[in-house]
Design a protein around this ligand. Structure first.
Ligand code: V47
Ligand code: SF4
Length: 385
């Protein structure tokens, strides 16, 4: 989608290396992995941002979208609990804090959507041996029966491969059964960083890069659109980041099935890797957060949408990111009175009014979208729920 001509203010880009890349962008030449590394290496954050902003504006103008979604995590029991050393969420079955919802518990949580604005459930959890195909097909059927208007975005590629393994089925068979039960799209989690050396260090038992791509290819083949992610800010190099983005761009060339790219900032608290790196309390920097979003916008020329996850990088960095190539914001959006009534923390959800204010504060036009990025309503003036 192009809404305007690409206009790059070259004179505002200080670093000659970034200006050379701007020439390529202006000529419609694809960026190489080496270009991506040069952008990450450059100290001219402003120049990189100006370039990404120009590309974003040519595609989306001033429009910034968000979806009203509700996250549901049905189980935190995970067989990889000891080997994904960056994860603070998973538990072993008998460990304190371990839980697996019954379908009724999932429904109780989902019913909050009845009075609210929720149009999408984002459902992901651990690799739980007791959560096989029947658990999820029953869950999706129950959700669709009671809340048919809510889109189901569920299960990462890693969870799909796990279900396939425990059920002794192929990925395609699992995906087809889930689709039939109500699965609409899939989130992009589980990608981490594709480099084999990095995976060996942070997630040595997790589904490998080729299989993550394989599951997404299988989903796209069945008409299931998916998102993509990259976990950054741990032990990966700039070259590792670009190898990762190359694999995503290649699959997108092949299938066109990705909806969005979401770089995920590594959080070092309450996990083994953070302790090992001596990084507890030291999250990624705002500069690196903005760079990851901007380089994603520039390198992934075949992706329509770049999403910032404000829960991970703070609402303020996400707001600034709207000038660094980002056209979409992720995050639970619940009306204030509703999420306070159910006891949610303000740090886990943002009211619609707050989100709209944040986007407007960046000089942009907020718009609510559906899960396929179709605009449902724009907020030109007063917020009307
Ligand atoms: O795959 C785990 C990441 C992901 C940590 O597709 C961590 O729309 C930071 O993928 N620090 C799950 N990140 C979340 C995810 C996601 C989020 C929002 C939207 C979408 C989408 C997908 O969270 C995991 C992993 O990469 N993660 N531990 C951590 N310590
Ligand atoms: Fe955590 Fe997911 Fe790894 Fe399980 S597979 S330990 S839930 S990151």
């Amino acid at each position: 989608m192009t809404v305007a001509a690409l206009e790059i203010p070259f004179e505002r880009i200080a670093d000659p290396a970034v200006r050379r890349i701007a020439d390529k962008v202006a000529a419609g030449t694809r960026l190489s992995q080496a270009d991506g590394v040069a952008l990450f290496d450059s100290r001219d954050l402003t120049g990189v941002g100006i370039l990404a902003d120009a590309v974003n504006r040519s595609r989306h103008g001033d429009l910034v979208t968000f979806a009203a979604n509700q996250h549901i995590n049905p189980t935190n029991i995970c067989t990889l609990r000891k080997t994904c050393v960056f994860c603070g969420y998973a538990r072993l079955p008998k460990e304190e804090g371990a839980y697996r919802y019954t379908i009724e518990q999932v429904m109780e949580e989902a019913r909050q959507a009845k009075q609210g604005l929720t149009r999408e459930f984002h459902i992901v959890g651990g690799l739980d041996m007791q959560a096989g195909l029947a658990y999820y097909t029953e869950m999706f059927r129950a959700l669709k029966a009671e809340l048919p208007h809510v889109h189901i975005k569920a299960l990462t590629a890693v969870e799909i491969a796990h279900i396939a393994r425990i059920e002794k089925m192929s990925w395609v068979e699992v995906l087809a059964a889930l689709k039939e039960a109500g699965l609409d799209t899939m989130p992009g989690g589980g990608a981490e960083t594709f480099s084999a050396a990095v995976r060996e260090e942070i997630a040595n038992k997790k589904l490998g890069a080729a299989d993550y791509i394989g599951v997404h290819r299988a989903a796209h083949g069945l008409g299931i659109r998916t998102n993509s992610t990259m976990l950054y800010g741990h032990v990966e190099s700039h070259a590792d980041r670009m190898e990762h983005l190359q694999m995503l761009r290649d699959l997108q060339d092949e299938t066109g099935g990705f909806l969005a790219y979401i770089p995920l900032a590594y959080h070092p608290d309450d996990n083994e890797l953070g302790k090992r790196l001596g990084r507890q309390g030291i999250a990624t920097s705002g500069v690196d957060d903005l760079k990851n979003l901007a380089v994603g916008r520039l390198f992934l020329d075949n992706f329509a949408h770049i999403k910032s996850h404000w829960i991970m990088v703070t609402p303020f960095v996400s707001q600034v990111a709207l000038h660094y190539g980002v056209n979409d914001l992720e995050g639970t959006v619940v009306r204030e009175k509703i999420y306070h009534a159910v006891g949610a923390q303000t740090t886990q959800a943002m009211s619609l009014d707050e989100l709209v204010r944040l986007i407007r504060g960046a000089g942009k036009v907020p718009a609510e979208r559906d899960s396929f990025y179709r605009v449902l309503r724009t907020f030109d003036e007063a917020v009307a729920a």
